[in-house]
Design a protein around this ligand. Structure first.
Ligand code: 3PG
Ligand code: MG
Length: 388
């Protein structure tokens, strides 16, 4: 995989694949950690004199956040304090004309690439290289830079096709994500996994991949609750909720892992509801559990403070209304001076929510699905395409 270090990009026409897929509130894209990171990449390429055309997607068909990138280009323009021309169409002469008219350091942004149906096919790089769009626009560029680690699990046109048609490089975000995540996946030999969130099914693959190399797995959030249910504990109201939502699909796999590696797992010993803190089995009828309890929080934070490395994915509970457990866990990881990685869509936003700087952690991933798959030992098609 080629990096941009020591590559002269002044005057080069660069097609930059980013992942500016942002949360949308009242129709407006939100400036998250993800946005800030891409601003840095774009700024860096622009300052080095490249002519940068930004490609990104927003949402997917049939979802509410499947929107134009015009507003993204506006907030990017404000943040960079330079004009970012928006190219609304994939066909016709606009893109070619825009690129031809760019000065060194100029930035343009193309419309939501997923508006093109050929983009969304999960196909090989060889096939995508023959997409109408990929074939037609490759001629306008000198190089392709893929900085979209968080979309690298999608074998989509703009993620893999250009690696066949243009001189291709991994961008700085792609490289940092791969460096840090591979360090956790491949070099972890004494560390802790702290796993929570809402999708236990996402975590089973990560645990399977990493259980031999870690010292411990702390389970909170829905995964922690599901583990308790699998062990036969009664979680009352929450149990029915988990079952209704179908979040228990990997219950048996999770239980098998826990039984096989019993000494490595720590499950919640108490939980918090609206009315207080309860031992497992003593939650009052009809009350939902929202967070890990105080005793569990204390045990988990103690484990975290003495760990050589920690990887956290997913909050410990419904952190928006009930932040206590998650907050103390994140604080403990921030204070740990070993190698610490936070991953997953929600998890990176926790850092700012709890008033931490990103620099307090070795790495804060901006990836959700790609992070989970990578940590589960899967190959990511767009990473493979850059390597070949
Ligand atoms: C993400 O935000 O996780 C990436 O942009 C991938 O989005 P997708 O799950 O819609 O492919
Ligand atoms: Mg996703």
């Amino acid at each position: 995989m080629k990096s941009l270090d020591n590559v002269g990009i002044e005057g080069k026409r660069v097609l930059l694949r980013t992942d500016l897929n942002l949360p949308i509130e009242d129709g407006d894209p939100q400036k998250t950690v993800r946005f800030d990171r891409y601003q840095d990449t774009i700024e860096e390429l622009s300052e080095k004199g490249a002519k940068v055309v930004v490609v990104a997607h927003q949402g997917r068909p049939a979802r509410k956040d499947f929107l134009s990138l015009e507003k993204h280009s506006e907030i990017l323009s404000e943040s960079l304090n330079q004009d970012v021309s928006f190219v609304p169409s994939f066909f016709g002469p606009e893109l070619g004309e825009t690129v031809a008219g760019m000065q060194n350091g100029d930035v343009a942004m193309l419309e939501n690439i997923r508006f093109l149906s050929e983009e969304l096919q999960n196909a090989s790089p060889e096939l995508h290289a023959h997409d109408f769009f990929v074939e037609r626009i490759s001629q306008y560029f000198d190089m392709y830079v893929d900085d979209a680690f968080s979309a690298a699990h999608r074998s989509h046109g703009s993620m893999v096709g250009f690696t066949e048609t243009l001189d291709s490089y991994a961008g700085p975000i792609m490289r940092k994500e791969l460096d840090s995540c591979s360090k956790i996946r491949e070099e972890f030999d004494s560390g802790l996994l702290v796993l929570g969130g809402e999708k236990p099914s996402d975590l089973v693959g990560i645990i399977e991949e990493m259980i031999e190399s870690v010292d411990g797995v702390l389970l909170g959030g829905i995964p922690g609750e599901l583990a308790l249910i699998a062990e036969g504990e009664d979680l009352g109201e929450k149990q029915s909720w988990i079952e209704e939502k179908g979040l228990d699909s990997k219950k048996h796999e999770l239980l098998e892992l826990i039984e096989e590696h019993e000494e490595k797992f720590m499950l919640p010993e108490d939980v918090a509801t609206d009315s207080g803190n309860y031992e497992i089995g003593e939650v009052p009828d009809g009350e939902m559990t929202w967070d890990i309890g105080e005793k569990t929080t204390e045990k988990f934070t103690e484990e975290i403070s003495s760990a050589e490395a920690v990887m956290m994915k997913g909050p410990m509970g419904a952190f928006e209304e009930h932040p206590d457990g998650t907050k103390q866990i994140v604080n403990a990881i921030a204070e740990n001076n070993g190698f610490t990685v936070l991953g997953g869509g929600h998890t990176s936003s926790l850092v700012q929510r709890f008033g931490h700087d990103l620099e307090e952690f070795s790495h804060v991933s901006i990836a959700g699905g790609a992070f989970v798959r990578y940590m589960s030992g899967e190959n990511l098609p767009a990473v493979e395409a850059l390597e070949n």
